[in-house]
Design a protein around this ligand. Sequence first.
Ligand code: GDP
Length: 418
Amino acid sequence: GPSRQDSVNNANSPLKLFTHAKTTITEIFKSISVYVGDANKFLDDVNKSDRNLLTNEKYKEIQQLKEKVNRILSIISRDHMKVVFFGRTSNGKSTTMNAMLRERILPVGMGHTTNCFLQIEGTDKAEPYVLTPGSDEPKSVSSLGNVGSALSREKLDSDSLVKILWPKEKCRLIRDDVVLVDSPGIDVSANLDQWIEQHCLDADVFVLVISAEATITVAEKKFLHNVAQRLSNPNIFILMNRWDATANEPEMVDSVRQQHLDRGLEFLCDELHICDRQEASEHRMFFISAREALLKRNKDPTSSPRTGFSDGHEERFAEFNNFEHEFEKCISKTAVQTKFEQHTNRGKEIISILRDTTSNIANRSQTLKQEAVQKLTDMDEKNNKLERELRSMTETAKDKIRHVSEDVYKRVAQTLND
Ligand code: GDP
């Protein structure tokens, strides 16, 4: 619908599902932190009262919750959505990513110089910078194209990771906590298992970029098979890129598209069993032109505004927007599920430990109170009994005294008489 393009641009983007969830869960854990603080103060007092209301272990466990909650808060602050792009060199991965970022951040057409993993993530700083493996020193990329030259000077292994820190304020996707990873061109010699182990296990979405002039290669298939083995139910998108090439052969478009679709669905649904065909054809495969999409969003000021677009570009651009919308829905939903479900469970655990401990103390002090009351009652009864005994003793004593005195009186009287 008409809102689709907007939803990718504005505050209604599906990515907000994640950012809202993150804000909410942060607030909840801040409340838990206050609760833990209060509980600690209370337990300090209880401990001082020295009535055996709390074991030392419990006391320590509750004290440690404070640190635990702070740790979770810092994990949450670093939680993000991660997407990995892969495919053969020159299929258009970098161009696709730049189009999504709406800026020419990644060097394009330099497959040989960027033969390693490149991760683009957000920074609160105003200027972008690059972090290379084995060095904490940020390298500046003051001008565009510098990323490429900053990298070509480095000797990097194909499984090493270079981080590009991009100012959040400059880019919506990055501001909304999406981390994008570009992989070295996939070929048969690549150590796919190691790549997956090091860079893909925490990915929420995988995007395979294929050139429409080619088909899915053995290496690309193998990569996805391995991914599916390691991650249960991975989210995979297939982009048939360079679809603008079909503008030259309009009579072929439909049949070529159907061929690609059939092969793609066969792979996703029959081989990998990721989803059913309906779902895959509507939500997982898209025929796009990354070059046109980037051009549309990031115009080259030196050339005429019409340059670079082929017939049918509106349709391809609409499909690119569709892809982004589906991608944003998918990645935010998955990230919320995988990341925040864990946090929610931890939060529940912490609260139930606190509740159990305080209610144990309440019960225990209740019991102590009852015991004390019982003691008082017992003492009371004992008092009464003593009192009764005393009373009866005095009665007897009075009687005895009376008897004795009467006796004495009688005897005295007797003696006097005698
Ligand atoms: P990567 O190696 O997969 O990252 O590919 P690049 O993004 O560097 O693209 C390789 C070359 O293909 C560049 O010259 C791009 O301009 C070009 N290219 C990328 N996408 C398209 C597209 O959709 N159509 C056309 N015609 N060329 C494209």
